[in-house]
Design a binder for this molecule. Sequence first.
Ligand code: SAM
Length: 318
Amino acid sequence: MTDRCNFRCVYCMPKEIFGRDFQYLERGELLTFEEIARLARAFVALGVEKLRVTGGEPLVRRDLERLVALLAGIEGVPEIAMTTNGALLAAKARALKDAGLGRVTVSLDSLDDEVFQAMNDVGFPVARVLEGIEVAAAVGLRPVKVNMVVKRGVNDQSVLSMAEHFRGSGHTLRMIEYMDVGTTNGWRLDEVVPAAEIVRMIDREWPLDPVDPNYRGEVASRYRYRDGAGEIGVIASVTQPFCSDCTRARLSADGELYTCLFASRGHDMRGPLRAGATDEQIAGQLRSIWSRRDDRYSELRSAATPRRAKVEMSHIGG
Ligand code: SAM
């Protein structure tokens, strides 16, 4: 939706890089809602089953509910989801639900204000994100998923309190291994808490059983609390890359289509759209880009081949 965000999470859009002088996209460079919806329609016609609205922070794009309504109007679209930091969610949840949004994933890295504020780096309080989650659930954007990026020495002490808080709440907590995003976040392997360690930590307090994936290519490995208090997910993109199962296409705010979160280059779709390409031509391009993809960034990375790729957070998504 946008390359802008109202947070400066240290692992994602750190202030040193995304400061006052950072050159964000100009308005005219962003795909319009109509252009996004046109591409989405082409994707759905080719078999895409889920559309996720993300960013940057999607809720900083004005009138987002208008886009959601356009997406919801696409024939055959079964699911529309959004990933957000939750800051503006309480105010927007009802309008988004009414427009046709199905579910939300809300990012929250700790319940401890000191830890969370140091991570979002704009002093944003935990309570307002929790309020966003509750309002979203109350208007029917359920079940809410809560994304927690775990960074060793920064918020790993928050894992148990997060698990305890969301157990039995109806929301699903998902812990994500801290990923290398190329040159911007100074990633180090020793700051990654492996998903297996996170699962062990929680299982010691509240025993867990593994659950089969909902569908092939599901990014989170799921576990259920044995006492019936719901489930958690872990996303082991560093220690157990799932490239071969990945079915995600990512469209950046300026219309670049990426076939891998870590790809250094995308494929320009805005050019053809604005040059008057027909629906058939657009569909043909999407089909050809997708069928030629051979990205295996995470697998290559975990095979200990040091390689850096530039990942812009405007297409990391959720
Ligand atoms: N602004 C929205 C949000 O905060 O959810 C949507 C975009 S954000 C880039 C999508 C998700 O990527 C968030 O859950 C965020 O925590 C996660 N993320 C960002 N940088 C990450 C990294 N280095 N490693 C793992 N997850 C990351």
